[in-house]
Design a binder for this molecule. Structure first.
Ligand code: C2O
Ligand code: CU
Length: 501
């Protein structure tokens, strides 16, 4: 369509280019929230559950009566949810019926390198159409390429947490996830089950994604080909990050959810390519300034609950909160709003409190125990500078001045080493490490921020910010990536390797 891009480069809330939809947007809060279906294993043996997912082209009805072409895990947007109890191995056999190669990464998972979804470890399309393609990436190296399908093995030897899986193909992660290749993978464990937290249908996942749509309902996404760009003066709108004007929750635009006047657990995932969210309940319950009681972050439970007036969430981050809807009366509606948005992106969804009900849930004062990594045990410190830079005469995103290359290893810790990394950023960059979870020691010269608690795998840093993190490189040996999780920055090479030796 004409006038594709409204270019906006904001300094404070998001780094990106806002795409406005061509289709008429429906009024908000008309359709109910749905939870993605939980996938059943095709086979369970002694200690292993085997799942099958087909990646395929399909359509989704985001707008009533309009069929939008998507790429979906099992053809749905977002994909089905996998639930894995700790201690049981999960094998997911992915079959690729898409017209393009794919790669699956379990975000937050502790898995062996060959199952981690390295960006060049492609699954080629099952129809054989790209069998001559050799999966070369920057540096010209082929990865471990499979034809048609691949089994990913996840040992699930990790704490209960809200993980997610998504496409991770070299240079094409952002458009693939935008089309729908993302889903939840929840890990449960005994420790968490023993707590009296809200559960069952009072445990809701909210996968929040912004998208934009063409006049005919197709997903709108900018071309990376400068020849095709329509906005004069904009050389590469793609690379700042892509923002849409429609907010989807679990694939429904601005849904509503009926709730009882009791406590609910909300698992919040920012599944946007580039948009940052500041989520708040509007109105706040009378006399309660901090109604969002955080219980978990990327890597599972916090030690103690922490109440917040709002929750900040950058791409790929998870925060889990308990909201007590008994503070609202039946008949009341309360909105989840996004203070970093404006216009259509300021609304997320609506809760409708429908009735009183019994509530035996509680948020215990002590949720879990977290081993605190001691800086005195760190064997080394490294600086990682995430910045905009010229790459081959073109704008690019780099780490320590270098664009991604499969051959360049930024860090080679020994197995078991504890290291401190100092992360520096020029713009907003949510920094993600594969394999490990980390703890935040400092933000600049200050204490960790209010959302930095617990084990993190993604940390949002603002322009000219600095953070000091600590982690232990254990579990597996081998090569893993770390990168900016603004997916367009990732595709524009803001990614590096660490190799555990
Ligand atoms: Cu969520 Cu390397 O990704
Ligand atoms: Cu970035």
């Amino acid at each position: 369509g004409g006038g594709l891009l409204a270019f906006r480069f904001t300094g404070t809330d998001s780094t990106g280019t806002l795409l406005r939809s061509g289709i008429d947007l429906p009024p908000p809060f008309r359709r109910p929230l749905t939870q993605p279906p939980v996938l059943a294993p095709v086979e369970s043996t002694g200690d292993t559950d085997v799942y099958e997912i087909t990646q395929r082209e399909a359509t989704a009805e985001f707008f009533e009566g309009v069929q939008t072409p998507i790429w979906g895990y099992d053809g749905i947007f977002p994909g089905p949810t996998i639930v894995s109890p700790r201690g049981r191995t999960t094998v997911v056999r992915h079959r690729n019926e898409l017209p393009v190669p794919s790669v699956v990464h379990l975000h937050g998972g502790r898995v062996a390198p060959e199952h981690d979804g390295y960006p060049t470890d492609l699954i080629l399309p099952a129809d054989g159409s790209l069998d001559d393609h050799h999966g070369t990436g920057h540096g010209g190296h082929a990865g471990d390429v499979t034809h048609g399908s691949r089994s990913y093995e996840y040992p699930i030897d990790q704490r209960a947490a809200t993980l997610w899986y998504h496409d991770h193909r070299m240079d094409f992660t952002a458009p693939a996830v935008w089309r729908g290749l993302a889903g939840l993978h929840l890990v449960t464990d005994e420790e968490e089950r023993a707590l009296p937290l809200p559960d069952g249908d009072r445990d809701l996942a909210l996968v929040i994604m912004d998208r934009a749509f063409d006049e005919d309902g197709a997903l709108r996404y900018p071309s990376r080909d400068p020849e095709l760009l329509e906005t004069p003066g904009v050389t590469a709108p793609y690379e700042a990050g892509v923002l849409g004007d429609v907010i989807l929750v679990n694939g429904t635009p601005w849904p509503y959810q009926e709730v009882d006047a009791v406590r609910y657990r909300l698992r919040l995932l920012n599944g946007c390519n580039a948009r940052r969210l500041r989520l708040r309940l509007d109105p706040a319950p009378d006399g309660v300034d901090e109604p969002l009681v955080q219980i978990a972050s990327d890597g599972g439970l916090l030690e103690r609950p922490r109440a917040h007036p709002h929750i900040d969430l950058a791409s790929a981050e998870r925060q889990e909160v308990v909201v007590d809807f008994s503070r609202y009366g039946p008949g009341q509606t309360v909105r989840l709003v996004n203070d970093f948005g404006s216009g259509t992106t300021a609304d997320v969804m609506e809760f409708r409190v429908v009735r009183e009900a019994r509530d035996e849930s509680e948020v215990p004062e002590r949720l879990s125990e977290i081993e605190r990594l001691d800086p005195a045990d760190a064997v080394r410190e490294r600086d990682m500078v995430f910045q905009s830079n010229a790459v081959d005469g073109q704008h690019g995103w780099t780490i320590n001045g270098d664009p991604f290359s499969v051959d360049r290893v930024h860090a080679a810790p020994n197995h078991g080493d504890i290291e401190i990394w100092n992360l520096y950023t020029d713009f907003h960059h949510p920094i993600h490490l594969h394999l490990v979870h980390f703890q935040v020691l400092k933000r600049g010269s200050r204490e960790p921020g209010r959302f930095d608690g617990g084990w993190k795998d993604t940390l949002d840093l603002g322009p000219a910010e600095q953070a000091r993190i600590i982690t232990r490189f254990d579990g597996y040996r081998g090569k893993y990536v770390f990168h900016c999780h603004n997916l367009e920055h990732e595709d524009m090479m803001m990614m590096g390797n660490f190799e555990v030796r």
